[in-house]
Design a protein. Structure first.
Length: 429
C-alpha cells in the first residue's frame, strides 16, 4: 500500500487482503492459543528467529498482526507491537531499553496513571524518572547523563493540553544518543511524531483508535529511524548478548529483517515474559475502530472547537484549556504539530471554587462520567478526585490539575445536544 492518506491506510495498509483459506475480506478473529508447527525443524527455526511466524498467542497472533501493520503504516513506522493496555505499552516501551541504575527524562505534562508508573513503579525497579517542564526544551538536556535511556512525552498532554515541542526535544536527544518516545494517544492522525524526530510512538488504543469504549489495549510503534548500534554504550540491552535469548545481540540478530531490533526484542523477551498480550477479539475490535477513526476524528475536532468557543463565552467559566484558544508559544506548537484539528479534548476551570467541579459533573445528563477519553460518546471527569487523585497537590499542579478543573472528551453527537447539556449543567453550578 503506497498511499499516505489515513482514510486509505486504515482500511488497506499491511499485507492482509483476504483470508487465504476462505477468501474472507474481513479480518478473521483467530481465537487460538497455539499454532501447528510443520516439523521439528520448523519449530526450532521459529524459536531461534531464523524464521518469522506464529508460535503462541501470548507473543503474536494473526488478527493482532493485521492491526499492528495498519497502525505502523498510519504512524509511518516500520513495525508495531500491540499489547493489553496503554499502560503496558508505556511500561514495555521504557523497560525495553532501561534497567536498574538507569534513568529516563519525562515531561511533567502527563496523564496521572503514567506519572504514577514512572514516579513510583519504575522506581521500585531501580529506574529513576527525572521530570522536567517542557516549557523549556533545554531542560531535557540538563537532566541527561550517561545513564539516560530515553525521553518521554505526550503529544497532546492529558489534561494540560499544551502541545509538546517534539522536534526541539527530539533534536536535543539525537545529539546525545537519546531517543524520544511519544505517547500520541490524544492526537492520532493529527500528529505524526516520527516525522518530527521521535523514535518510538505509543498509543492507548482504548481511546480514539478503538472509539467504541468496549476494549482495553495499547500499541508501540517502532520508527526504525534511531541508530541503536551507533550508541551501543547507552543501549547495552540491544547491543550486548541477551542471556534470556541464547545470547542474542539484537542489533545484529535481526539485521536481515531491517531496523526492527527495538520492537523485536520487546516482543520476544518482554511480552514473552510479562505476558501483557492483547486478546485476538480485542485486536479485531480495534481493527473495526481503526477503519472509521479518520471520519470520527473530524467530528471530534469540529465539536470540540465549538465547545471551547461556547465555554469561553460563559460567565461561569474562568478559563478554557484548548489548543485552538491558546496564544504565544503554545499556539505556535499547536499549529506546528497538529494538522486537521486541535483534538477532541477540552478542559476548563469553573469560576466558583470548592465543590463546583463535582456539582457540574453530577448535573450533566447526556455526558458520561467515566475515566476514559476518545469514545464516540461525550465524556466528562473531575481529574483532581479521580485520574490524578494519587498525585500530591504539587504534582497535580505540575500536570495542570486543580480542584476547579474539569476535563471533557467531546464525542460525535450533534453539537446542539452537546452544548445544551453543558449549558444546563453550568446553570446548576
Amino acid at each position: 500500500m503506497k498511499s499516505k492518506h489515513p482514510e486509505t491506510l486504515v482500511l488497506h495498509a499491511g499485507s492482509y487482503r483476504r483470508d487465504a483459506a476462505t477468501t474472507a475480506v474481513a479480518v478473521p478473529i483467530y481465537q487460538t492459543t497455539s499454532y501447528q508447527f510443520n516439523s521439528t525443524e520448523h519449530a526450532a527455526n521459529l524459536f531461534a528467529l531464523k524464521e518469522l511466524g506464529n508460535i503462541y498467542t501470548r507473543i503474536m497472533n494473526p488478527t493482532q498482526a493485521v492491526f499492528e501493520e495498519r497502525v505502523a503504516a498510519l504512524e509511518g513506522g516500520v513495525a508495531a507491537l500491540a499489547l493489553s493496555s496503554g499502560q503496558a505499552a508505556e511500561f514495555i516501551a521504557v523497560q525495553n531499553i532501561a534497567h536498574v541504575g538507569d534513568n529516563i527524562v519525562s515531561s511533567t505534562d502527563l496523564y496521572g496513571g503514567t506519572w504514577n508508573l514512572f514516579a513510583n513503579t519504575l522506581k521500585t525497579m531501580g529506574i529513576e524518572t527525572r521530570f522536567v517542564d517542557p516549557v523549556d526544551p533545554e531542560a531535557f538536556a540538563r537532566a541527561t547523563d550517561a545513564r539516560t535511556r530515553c525521553y518521554f512525552a505526550e503529544t497532546l498532554p492529558n489534561p494540560k493540553l499544551q502541545v509538546f515541542p517534539i522536534a526541539e526535544v527530539a533534536k536535543i536527544g539525537r545529539a546525545r544518543g537519546v531517543p524520544l518516545i511519544v505517547d500520541n494517544t490524544a492526537a492520532p492522525i493529527l500528529c505524526k511524531p516520527l516525522e518530527h524526530g521521535a523514535a518510538v510512538v505509543v498509543h492507548s488504543t482504548t481511546k480514539y483508535i478503538g472509539g467504541h469504549g468496549t476494549s482495553i489495549g495499547g500499541i508501540i510503534v517502532d520508527g526504525g529511524n534511531f541508530d541503536w548500534e551507533k550508541h551501543a554504550d547507552r543501549f547495552p540491552m540491544l547491543n550486548q548478548p541477551d542471556p534470556s535469548y541464547h545470547g542474542a545481540v539484537w542489533t545484529q540478530a535481526v539485521k536481515p529483517l531491517g531496523p526492527v531490533a527495538y520492537i523485536i526484542k520487546a516482543r520476544v523477551t518482554l511480552l514473552r515474559d510479562i505476558g501483557a498480550a492483547v486478546s485476538p477479539f480485542n485486536a479485531f475490535l480495534f481493527i473495526q475502530g481503526l477503519e472509521t477513526m479518520p471520519l470520527r476524528l473530524r467530528a471530534h475536532c469540529e465539536n470540540a472547537a465549538r465547545v471551547a468557543k461556547f465555554l469561553a463565552g460563559n460567565a461561569k467559566v474562568r478559563h478554557v484549556i484548548y489548543p485552538g484558544l491558546m496564544e504565544g508559544e503554545y499556539r505556535r506548537r499547536a499549529d506546528a504539530y497538529l494538522k486537521g484539528g486541535y483534538g477532541g479534548l477540552v478542559g476548563f476551570e469553573l469560576a466558583k471554587g470548592g465543590d463546583a467541579g463535582r456539582r457540574f459533573i453530577e448535573a450533566l445528563e447526556m455526558f458520561y462520567h467515566v475515566a476514559n477519553i476518545g469514545d464516540a460518546r461525550s465524556l466528562a471527569i473531575h481529574p483532581a478526585t479521580t485520574t490524578h487523585s494519587q498525585l500530591s497537590a504539587d504534582e497535580q499542579l505540575a500536570t495542570g490539575v486543580n480542584d476547579r478543573y474539569v476535563r471533557l472528551s467531546i464525542g460525535i453527537e450533534h453539537i446542539d445536544d452537546i452544548l445544551a447539556d453543558l449549558d444546563q449543567a453550568l446553570a446548576k453550578v
